[in-house]
Ligand binder design. Structure first.
Ligand SMILES: Cc1cc2nc3c(=O)[nH]c(=O)nc-3n(C[C@H](O)[C@H](O)[C@H](O)COP(=O)(O)OP(=O)(O)OC[C@H]3O[C@@H](n4cnc5c(N)ncnc54)[C@H](O)[C@@H]3O)c2cc1C
Length: 434
């Protein structure tokens, strides 16, 4: 397979327009050697590089585009101590002890961001402003009630709670929802600023970052890895793949590209809201990811815009249809925003796995990976990047199904028509509340 150029389908986002200062990194132009070579300059790769430097290891990170160019610089910035599945479901599928370990890990992930922000003085708007998962249908109310009960009874965690119709209306400023799961320890971050400032922290601590440097392929040569880029070759003892939904960019993605399905998620940012709307919508500063299968997520930006996201198209093509649909979905929840001007619109790629869980693991004794966050990667990719570094440096951590091999997705070649079928099916289930 030949190297494909980076997709040119990524328009500037609100995050890019407000990204603040950051370091410019050079492309790699001469051959070099390192102990650890990381591919991918998003949260996973940057967190791995930061951890490796903390362990005193020599590392080089190569990014095909720019720091935070992938999902890490385009997402909703919701910092969520949860997985796609509820904890009772995880306990049923993997056992109580594993579910408890995963609960601890989800919170450790948010704590890790908090620690990084504090230790490195990252000016990225991180706040534990509280995360809401509102719902409309009764089965979701039951699912989240069971989650709250399980956490209280099994994990002695009584912090998350259910909000009734009146409370969620007050918190969101819309009568659209019938209730919500409220996690006060969740929060928000400016994702591109977080990416760029974490990269600067890695550089300050002696990590080498090269952007605009696509790894075209790599091979094992004796006890080392040889990675080829357009202008230079890197020899390394260990290779860390942190390419998530962009794993199919080049041959460097190896078999892992068949283990994740890239799904497009899109966002719009309105013009700044009027004072009256700002007082009415999310007045307590919470951020929202609703409970639908085809999720909508939204928050108010620092300068008072509504940032509203949802599913993109089945292919990765930008289209008017996607953004018109997002606008309609936003107007269903907030009719007052129907005519609000849209100032920014952009998309990114989420990596979906067969079982809805991310993975950190190894392909062999030299090649390691972390990916597959299923749209929950702001906190989890920070944690799994850290775990990836530990694993590759010979300090294994065990986290049930999250630590282990990736499962190849059957019929991966048919993913685009399959995505269309699945989206239609989920749309129907969301509409019927099934
Ligand atoms: C629109 C959108 C909204 C989201 N909202 C949220 C949210 O609100 N909360 C949440 O928790 N999660 C959210 N997510 C998920 C979250 O953003 C991701 O899980 C997380 O950013 C993944 O980080 P990463 O570092 O693993 O991958 P990425 O940030 O995608 O980075 C991978 C990088 O690898 C590089 N790369 C690939 N191949 C090569 C190569 N051969 N050589 C060099 N570089 C290469 C790419 O250029 C890319 O920059 C969202 C995702 C999207 C797309």
């Amino acid at each position: 397979m030949g190297a494909s150029p980076p997709p040119a389908d990524h328009p500037p986002s609100y995050w890019a327009a407000t990204r603040g200062p950051g370091e410019q990194f050079d492309a790699l132009t001469s051959d070099c050697e390192t102990d650890f070579l990381i591919i991918g300059g998003g949260f996973s790769g940057l967190s791995a590089a930061y951890r490796l430097r903390a362990l005193g290891a020599d590392c080089i990170l190569l990014e095909a585009n720019d720091v935070g160019w992938g999902a890490s610089g385009r997402n909703g910035g919701m910092v969520v101590p949860r997985y796609k599945h509820t904890f009772p479901t995880l306990a049923k599928d993997y056992g109580r002890e594993t579910a408890l370990a995963m609960h601890r890990a989800a919170h450790r992930a948010v704590d890790l961001i908090e620690t990084l922000v504090r230790d490195e003085n990252l000016d990225c708007g991180f706040t534990r402003c509280g995360h809401l998962t509102p719902f409309v249908h009764e089965p979701d109310a039951k699912r989240f009630a069971a989650d709250v009960d399980w956490l209280a009874n099994e994990a002695a965690d009584t912090v998350p709670r259910l909000l009734d119709r009146a409370e969620i209306e007050t918190r969101t400023g819309t009568p659209f929802y019938s209730g919500a799961y409220f996690e006060p320890r969740g929060g928000a971050v400016h994702p591109l600023r977080y990416s760029r400032q974490l990269a600067a922290a890695v550089a300050r601590r002696g990590g080498h970052i090269h952007t605009r440097t696509q790894v075209l392929s790599w091979s094992r040569e004796g006890s080392s890895i040889r990675a080829r880029t357009p202008n230079a070759t890197v020899r390394a003892r260990r290779l860390l793949l942190a390419t998530n939904a962009h794993t199919d960019l080049t041959q460097a993605g190896t078999v892992l590209k068949r283990c994740v399905i890239p799904i497009t998620s899109s966002l719009v940012a309105t013009a700044p809201l009027t004072d009256a709307l700002r007082k009415a919508i999310l007045p307590q500063g919470n951020v929202v990811t609703d409970a639908k299968r085809l999720t909508n997520y939204f928050r108010i930006s620092e300068d008072g815009r509504m940032i509203f996201g949802g599913r993109g198209g089945a292919s990765h093509q930008e289209s008017e249809t996607i953004y018109s649909r997002l606008r309609r979905e936003m107007a269903q929840i907030y009719p007052d925003l129907a005519d609000r001007r849209i100032d920014f619109r952009w998309s990114g790629r989420v990596a979906v796995t067969l079982d809805g869980l991310p993975r950190v693991g190894k392909l062999n004794d030299q090649v390691f990976f972390a990916m597959g966050y299923n749209g929950r990667g702001v906190a989890l990719a920070t944690l799994l990047g850290h775990m990836l570094a530990d694993l590759s440096a010979g300090q294994p951590g065990e986290l049930g199904p999250i630590t282990g091999p990736m499962t190849t997705i059957p019929f991966h070649a048919f993913r685009v028509p399959a995505k269309k079928v699945v989206m239609t099916y989920y749309k129907l289930r969301d509409a019927l509340g099934l």
